[in-house]
Structures are given as structure tokens and as C-alpha cells.
Design a protein around this ligand. Structure first.
Ligand SMILES: C[S@@+](CC[C@H](N)C(=O)[O-])C[C@H]1O[C@@H](n2cnc3c(N)ncnc32)[C@H](O)[C@@H]1O
Length: 204
């Protein structure tokens, strides 16, 4: 039987617990944190996993952090490792928040698991949920990772087939700009042998 992404991440949670803090995200965190106007605002971390490292780094800066993940095992780990954060067990596409609820939104290695047909509506939600001048950081899948300019399909990762979706970078930027975001940074970074685009954008 094919496993759902939630089931796969529930399973990964056990492995994760044994191999914590494999990658140092400090440089990426610093480059994002440096763009923020609010020095102790509110962060929404989508696909927060075990809360490490982004949620934790923001909590350490005294931000109020809400982490969302649809894997209940990941949410359990986040509650254990970052008890200060608020956790929500949900699919990031089904969230409801008041407009202007957050000063920043992150989606680290998570949004790229959604089909591209879901991206635009989610970016519109980001825009609505952010305060004016609010910032977003997310990891976007690339041709270097999937082998295609545009991709919607499964790719093997740690022995499991995981779904990934991405458009061409220029198409992504047009989507973001048509919603009202300014793309402030788009950096290709290779971490652990995997090349992704790291996007920082700002609400006008
Ligand atoms: C590769 S992990 C990254 C976790 C964390 N952001 C980090 O950097 O360590 C991807 C996470 O996104 C979550 N995820 C994937 N799709 C999701 C969705 N549609 N809604 C909520 N969480 C999702 C998975 O359960 C998993 O915990």
C-alpha cells in the first residue's frame, strides 16, 4: 500500500530523533533575521518538523512562534524540543488565521512537497496573514534537485517516494509579484548535497 506523506514523515520522525541537528542553519537564519523589522515579533513556521532549527532559533530571539505540521510524530517532537512554541497539527493548506497575524512566515524544506497547483493559493494566504512589511522565507525545489525545469511528481528520498512540486524560478517570481510580494533574495544553496532555492520575499 502506498504511504501518505504524513505517514512517511511520522516514520522519519523516529530517525530524526536519533540524528538531530545534522545541518547548521545559522547562516540562513542570520540572513533572514537581518531582514526583519520586528526584533521580537511573531513567526508562523509551516512544516516545522521537530521545531529545530528555525522555530527554536526564533524562540531563542524571544519571538512568539506558531509551528504547523501534519505529521503528529513531528509535532510531538516539536513540543518536546521547543516547548515554548505553539504547535498546530494540521495541513498547511487548511489553516485559517486572521489577516495580519504574523510578522514572518517560514516554510523550510516543506512547501516543496505540495503540488504546484496549491502554491499560488498558499502564497495568497501568506500575504493575508502577514503584517505590512512582513517577510517570508521558504525553500523551493529546483531543476538541480528534480532534473526538470518544472516538476510535479515523486522522487526517492531516504528509501521513500516523496512528492515534490516546482515551477521555473521566473514563473515563481511572477506569481509572488502578482500577489504583491517583492522578491528580496533567491539564493541557490547546496546543503547535504541537495541544491534548493532559498527565497526571501516581502509584503509591500
Ligand atoms: C523535510 S521536513 C522539514 C522540517 C523542518 N522545517 C526542518 O527544517 O527541519 C518537512 C516537514 O514538512 C511537513 N509537511 C509536508 N507537507 C506538509 C503539509 N502539507 N502541511 C503541513 N506539514 C507538512 C512534514 O510532515 C515534515 O515534518
Amino acid at each position: 500500500m502506498t504511504k501518505s506523506l504524513e505517514q512517511i514523515y511520522n516514520k522519519f520522525a523516529e530517525t530524526y530523533d536519533k540524528n538531530r541537528s545534522l545541518f547548521d542553519m545559522t547562516e540562513i537564519f542570520d540572513s533572514f533575521y537581518g531582514t526583519l523589522n520586528h526584533k521580537n515579533g511573531s513567526l508562523l513556521d509551516l512544516g516545522c518538523g521537530a521545531g529545530e532549527s528555525f522555530s527554536k532559533l526564533f524562540v531563542d530571539k524571544r519571538w512568539s512562534v506558531t509551528g504547523v505540521d501534519f505529521s503528529e510524530k513531528m509535532v510531538e517532537l516539536a513540543t518536546k524540543y521547543v516547548p515554548e512554541m505553539t504547535t498546530i497539527h494540521a495541513d498547511m493548506r487548511k489553516l485559517v488565521f486572521e489577516p495580519r497575524s504574523f510578522d514572518a512566515i517560514s516554510a523550510i524544506y516543506s512547501l516543496f512537497h505540495l503540488p504546484t497547483s496549491d502554491h499560488f493559493a498558499l502564497f495568497e494566504h501568506f500575504y493575508r496573514w502577514l503584517t505590512p512589511g512582513g517577510m517570508v522565507l521558504f525553500t523551493y525545489a529546483t531543476k538541480e534537485y528534480t532534473g526538470s525545469e518544472r516538476f510535479d511528481g515523486e522522487k526517492e528520498f531516504m528509501g521513500q517516494n516523496l512528492y515534490y512540486g516546482h515551477k521555473k524560478p521566473d514563473e515563481l517570481y511572477l506569481d509572488l509579484e502578482s500577489i504583491g510580494f517583492m522578491v528580496e533574495a533567491a539564493d541557490y544553496r547546496t546543503i547535504g548535497g541537495e541544491t534548493f532555492l532559498w527565497i526571501i520575499c516581502k509584503k509591500h
